[in-house]
Design a protein around this ligand. Structure first.
Ligand SMILES: NC(=O)c1ccc[n+]([C@@H]2O[C@H](COP(=O)([O-])OP(=O)(O)OC[C@H]3O[C@@H](n4cnc5c(N)ncnc54)[C@H](O)[C@@H]3O)[C@@H](O)[C@H]2O)c1
Length: 340
């Protein structure tokens, strides 16, 4: 039996992972600490709110006291908490530096002091643009925007804490993840929900930027393998190897929804847009992991989910969730703690 402190568990990946973990590791306990930023949505975990092995606490990883008071109770920390949207990082980098770097530093300090395991959830973006070939875990970090720089900085701190203080750290660097419960500002859920609302699809530049894609269930099983079999101090790239230009992703969404390409609206490219990311994921494959979903399959599942869960995303897009529901939830859970 393990007790996990999961940070950022009300976001897209964290909430999917919490549900996955409780289903597949029935003995374990989880405390989810989340600040409930615009991206943190308690609805993502409504179905397990009363699960006997799960608790939520409202908290901020940039607050060292909040972390310090909780960490001693747990065997390990899994850090999903981050500011994650590249466009927002270009407009206002400050919160990215604070949460992604200083927040991770606070978790590392607590892990060091209390001798706990820390799993850092990172991204392929830290390697920066990859014009050809694939980045192994040894490739230099050349982040191209404030989001990836703050994630890269956190990764370097993790590695330094492992070497200097022997903190038990592992890092996963994943390609673009997609699936249910992803905030509709990211490409796939934005485009699906725009189409469901009869709106156009704003595609950056000429749509030639290439990203690799992984369905969230495959990411969860990859992280599971890293937790079970990974070596301390190691980094694990996680990718399916399915690199697809954004224009192609957009066309596939339109095709799947039976809609016309006239709905594509080319908009000015993102500042400093990295053209291509590509990961060498042979290390995690050697641990025995293989993805189950081709992009075409995962996209179908995702589309179905957004079709059947209009209430979830309409509340976000209309601003109803932001203005009212989230504050109510935050008040209710202010004093919540892990009861065992
Ligand atoms: N989504 C992807 O494609 C992708 C790919 C690779 C890596 N990642 C990484 O995975 C992690 C999760 O990504 P996501 O897409 O689920 O993000 P998300 O934006 O959906 O969720 C982030 C969560 O972190 C919480 N949070 C933000 N600041 C916080 C703070 N200071 N203290 C506590 N909680 C805070 C938010 O409330 C939210 O619940 C991030 O670290 C991200 O860098 C994401």
């Amino acid at each position: 039996m393990m007790r996990w402190l999961i940070t950022g568990g009300c976001g897209f990946m964290g909430s999917n992972f919490i549900r996955y973990w409780l289903k597949n590791h029935t003995e374990d306990y989880i405390l989810n600490l989340d600040k409930l930023t615009y991206a943190g949505n308690p609805d993502n975990l409504k179905m397990i709110e009363n699960h006997p092995h799960y608790r939520f606490v409202l908290g901020d990883i940039t607050d060292p006291q909040a972390i310090e008071s909780l960490v001693p109770e747990f065997d390990g920390i899994i850090n999903f908490a981050a500011e994650t949207h590249v466009d927002r990082s270009i407009a206002q980098p400050r919160d990215f530096i604070l949460t992604d770097m200083v927040g991770t530093y606070n978790l590392l300090e607590a892990a060091r002091f209390h001798q706990k395991k820390l799993i850092q959830i990172s991204t392929d973006e830290v390697y920066g643009n990859c014009p050809s070939g694939q980045n192994t875990e040894q490739a230099p970090l050349l982040p191209g925007n404030p989001y990836s720089a703050s994630k890269g900085g956190a990764d370097l701190l993790c590695l330094a804490y492992h070497q200097t203080y022997k903190v038990d750290v592992m890092i996963t660097r994943s390609c673009n993840c997609y699936g249910p419960y992803q905030y509709p500002e990211k490409l796939i859920p934005l485009f699906i929900t725009n189409l469901l609302e009869g709106k156009k699809l704003p595609l950056y530049g000429d749509g030639s930027c290439i990203r690799e894609w992984i369905y969230i269930q495959d990411y969860c099983s990859a992280l599971d393998i890293v937790i079970q079999k990974g070596k301390t101090g190691e980094i694990y790239n996680i990718s399916t190897g399915e690199g697809i230009p954004n224009l192609e992703v957009t066309r596939l969404i339109l095709q799947e929804m039976g809609m016309s390409e006239d709905l594509i609206e080319m908009v000015d490219d993102r500042q400093g847009h990295d053209r291509r990311y590509s990961l060498d994921a042979s290390q995690i494959r050697q641990l025995g992991w293989n993805p189950e979903y081709l992009f075409s399959m995962g996209l179908k599942e995702t589309l179905q989910w957004y079709r059947h869960n209009e209430n979830w995303w309409r509340k976000i897009k209309s601003g109803e969730y932001q203005q009212y529901y989230r504050q109510q939830y935050a008040q209710r859970h202010k004093k919540s703690t892990l009861e065992r």
